[in-house]
Every structure is written in C-alpha cells, then in structure tokens.
Design a protein around this ligand. Structure first.
Ligand code: ZN
Length: 68
C-alpha cells in the first residue's frame, strides 16, 4: 500500500490537524489516514465473515456427508 505523506490540514476546512489525528478538531471531517484505516477495517471484516462462512459450510458439509 502506498504511503501518503502525512496530512497536516483538514481537506474540508483547512484547519491544522494534530499529528496522526483521525478527525478534524474543528469540523469533524475524517482525515485521509482515518478513511484508509476504515477501508482496511472493512476489508478485514469482510474477509473474516467469508472465512467464518466457509468454515460453517465446510463443517455442515462434512456433517452431512458423514450421515449414515
Ligand atoms: Zn476540518
């Protein structure tokens, strides 16, 4: 993943941001870094749901196959 340069000012209101801030203190706009983290979190969550679904389906299939 490309490392963007540290965002120092809010995209919306141009207020200076604290170092590694997730939100603008003035207008509440999420910083680019926070948006990236949210996207990453959503991706991890989708991956987790898919893995759990595969496991459940796998166990259900094994159970179904092993029926006498
Ligand atoms: Zn702002």
């Amino acid at each position: 993943m490309a490392t963007a340069t540290e965002q120092t000012h809010c995209d919306r209101c141009q207020a200076p941001l604290a170092h590694q801030a997730a939100y603008c203190e003035k207008c509440g706009e999420r910083t680019r870094r926070a948006r990236r983290l949210v996207r990453l979190a959503i991706r991890v969550e989708i991956l987790f749901v898919v893995v759990v679904a595969i496991l459940v389906l796998g166990f259900a299939y094994v159970y179904y196959v092993q029926q006498p």
